[in-house]
Design a protein around this ligand. Sequence first.
Ligand SMILES: *Cc1c(COP(=O)(O)O)cnc(C)c1O
Length: 438
Amino acid sequence: MSEMTFQNGYGDREIAVAAANAPLVKTAIAKGLLTEEKPVVGFIDIAGVRQTVASLKQAFPDHFEHHFAVKANGMSSVLKLLRENGMRAETASPGELKQALGAGFTGSEIVFDEPAKTLHAMKEVVAIGATLHVDNFEEMARVKELLADGYDGEVGYRINPQVGSGKIKAMSTAGQHSKFGVPLEDEGNRERIIQDYLANPWMRTVHTHVGSQGCPFELIAEGINKIIALAKEVNERAGEQRIVSVDMGGGLRVNFETEEITPTFADYAEFLKENVPDLFTGEFRVKTEFGRAVMAKNGAILARIEYAKNSGGRHIATSHAGAQIAARTIFMPESWPLRLSAFDADGNHKTSDVIEQDVAGPCCFAGDVIAHQRQLPKLNSGDCVVIHDTGAYYFSNPFFYNSLPASAVYGYEEKDGTLELEEYRAQQTLESMMALIG
Ligand SMILES: *Cc1c(COP(=O)(O)O)cnc(C)c1O
């Protein structure tokens, strides 16, 4: 777990990471991607994404279907890259549905999990034959009317197995009072759920997502085991295999402390084989919905240091990356610390003069600090920093504080010894920002 134990050092390991990133930083600077007008940019590691998806597919048997949680990074180029490499899409709003369709996913490759689906949204989902996960009994009443003539796609309840919360409350979705899904253990619910499955032959799947970063494997396994037991009971009482697929959600945690990928998808698969063996028998098709574990380590932010100063004896480097691009880290610094690497204005990694310093953002509030009292080579005006592991939930979560625009993002890949960069999105224009603010 990253919270509290985050290592505050800048030794050989950190310098090696910076050295490895120097070619990207140098190329970006040489190509003029980091300027006064564009003082913060994002990057996606294309080869890294391919490798990550390959490791995911390799870790699980063929009856697993892997859906990428679009909210983690909804850029069209990213979604296309993931689709080309065999992933499907998990969506949770009309906007995400549009993004997924725009990237080429077909209805049968999409699951829809919005907690507050309007009838309009549900009609869109049903029109393309996507999988619909029903959040609550009121929604179910609407779905029954909507599907009175049957449905070829899959429908199922999102179940809250009420197994408890992980370390980050805001990331835990299976507590006693979670806002997500039908609470399985509340009086009468289990039987009511089963009756709905028995009465509606288009209810062929069941879904749970126990939580994200901070949820221990044991908790997730307990939740999945509960929905499998439910599915087996439905099938037994139906006298046929009514439920054909089980959606185990996402939530594989990411190591934000070091470069190392741990746990790996293979580690997780090993754990599940031991603790949720029913996923591996082939009795059910299994859907997954990973977001962070697919993209976090395949993205980085590069930001200019505009000024440096000393405040009460502490060195403060004022960068251009703050809450507008790293809202989670800024507002919950204990839960979401990020690794930083230091570079000079030409993109050479800095190694010496390591001191404890704050790296601040550009926003006008005191908490806009991307790293507190961090050991780093002393950052001066004109230098820049790479903020690592930001491929998930950073570029997709801009925050329009101080009317700062969403940054440009580039995909990069080495081809024949040179680093090629492709624009995934341009920096938001001030006109677009003004239209948004109104
Ligand atoms: C957010 C979310 C996910 C993805 O979670 P990660 O922690 O990014 O893997 C999957 N399923 C649902 C329903 C979600 O809300």
